[in-house]
Write a protein that binds this ligand. Structure first.
Ligand SMILES: CC(C)(COP(=O)(O)OP(=O)(O)OC[C@H]1O[C@@H](n2cnc3c(N)ncnc32)[C@H](O)[C@@H]1OP(=O)(O)O)[C@@H](O)C(=O)NCCC(=O)NCCS
Length: 331
């Protein structure tokens, strides 16, 4: 069996074909894990467009004889907690169980300690090799469980309305007159059970919404937002979806939120239903919408059930905290 070489990977210092292979392994791993992922081409575009100041580190594992990319890893520092990073590691299926993951994780541990990171958070499918792999680390703990859900797009539902509210939807850029109340809606995402474990504290205004739009439309991603707007012209509920222009067969459902004073009127179901109708009209090839929901988020699960979403897999969010005295390697 040939040797595996692991190293830090800095895209701007390597060739475009290597970046492309790195992205292929990332994209395939991400798709297996959560059901959906940007295409390798879109991911490469996003990475090439990254600002140098961004706190992201990457690693690569290659076959010493053929140079084939066998595995990748990425850590992104949490913007609110400097000692915490969101981590991903994928080993291409035919190279699994050959020590690639172990070699990558040993190098990652040394490097991120140097960057001041003491905790990483990573998700793994329940019952997968990754779950076994993560349980081998000292200092690991399961923070929450997530349901991977899929909605098969059905024909648009009949017109429905909610007295006192109107639907406003847009692509990519929030209309100026809604940007402040939309920022407030995105701030309230932190109300979801366990949200603080997956996203930093935020107190967004218009500027943060504009940066978020840029991030969400990176590569070939199209951002679609559907809102319920109240009688005074403010966002009362919102739902956010992205579709990759190069692969319009599926969409990724991100955030759905109802402002506290508007909860209990069925607005979450309404905006998601209307969003599905917009998607069906704008992307005739679209078949499925993928989403991830915390299994403790009963209101969201109920809404999704009524819209025909089905759970297809479960994931755990695991935190691994560096234990100074103990070995941090998989045992
Ligand atoms: C998790 C993953 C990265 C491990 O990479 P790998 O190169 O296959 O792992 P290694 O060969 O280095 O194995 C290291 C240890 O993990 C554990 N492990 C790995 N695969 C396992 C499996 N199928 N069943 C049980 N334990 C397993 C073992 O303890 C193994 O040590 P051992 O071979 O000495 O018993 C890889 O399976 C993968 O890419 N999975 C899909 C992506 C994913 O879910 N990543 C997110 C979480 S890290």
């Amino acid at each position: 069996m040939s040797r595996v070489v692991v190293a830090e990977f800095v895209p701007s210092e390597d060739s475009a074909p290597v970046l492309r292979q790195w992205c292929e392994v990332f994209s395939e791993g991400q798709r297996r894990l959560s059901g959906t992922a940007p295409t390798a081409a879109a991911l490469a575009d996003m990475i090439e467009a990254e600002d140098d100041s961004i706190d992201v580190w990457r690693w690569i594992a290659r076959d010493a004889d053929t140079d084939e990319v066998l595995g990748i890893a990425q850590a992104r520092r949490n913007s609110a907690e400097a000692d915490l990073a969101e981590f991903r590691m994928y080993v291409t299926p035919h190279a699994q169980r050959r020590g690639v993951g172990r070699a990558l994780s040993e190098l990652v541990e040394v490097d991120i300690t140097g960057f001041g990171v003491r905790r990483i958070r990573v998700t793994a499918l329940v019952g997968s090799a990754a779950e076994h792999f993560l349980h081998k680390f000292d200092g690991h703990r399961v923070l929450l469980r997530l349901a991977n859900q899929v909605q098969h797009l059905s024909p648009p539902t009949a017109e429905s309305d909610r007295p006192g509210y109107r639907i406003v939807s847009w692509r990519n850029r929030t209309p100026d007159e809604l940007v402040h109340s939309f920022a407030e809606a995105l701030n309230r995402l932190l109300d979801a059970p366990g949200a603080e474990l997956q996203m930093p504290e935020r107190n967004w205004g218009a500027d943060e919404v504009r940066s978020w739009e840029q991030k969400m439309t990176g590569g070939s991603q199209v951002l679609l937002v559907c809102c319920a707007v109240d009688g005074v012209g403010e966002v009362a509920a919102a739902t956010v979806v992205t579709v990759d222009e190069h692969d319009c067969t599926h969409a990724s459902q991100h955030d759905t939120v109802v402002l506290p004073q508007h909860r209990g009127h069925g607005l979450a179901q309404w905006v998601k239903e209307q969003q599905a109708a917009v998607l069906a009209a704008e992307f005739p090839l679209l078949q499925k919408i993928h989403t991830t929901v915390n299994t403790e988020n009963h209101p969201m699960l109920t809404v999704n059930r009524s819209l025909g979403y089905r759970t297809v897999a479960e994931r755990i969010l695991v935190e691994i905290r560096r234990v100074e005295s103990a070995s941090h390697k998989p045992r």
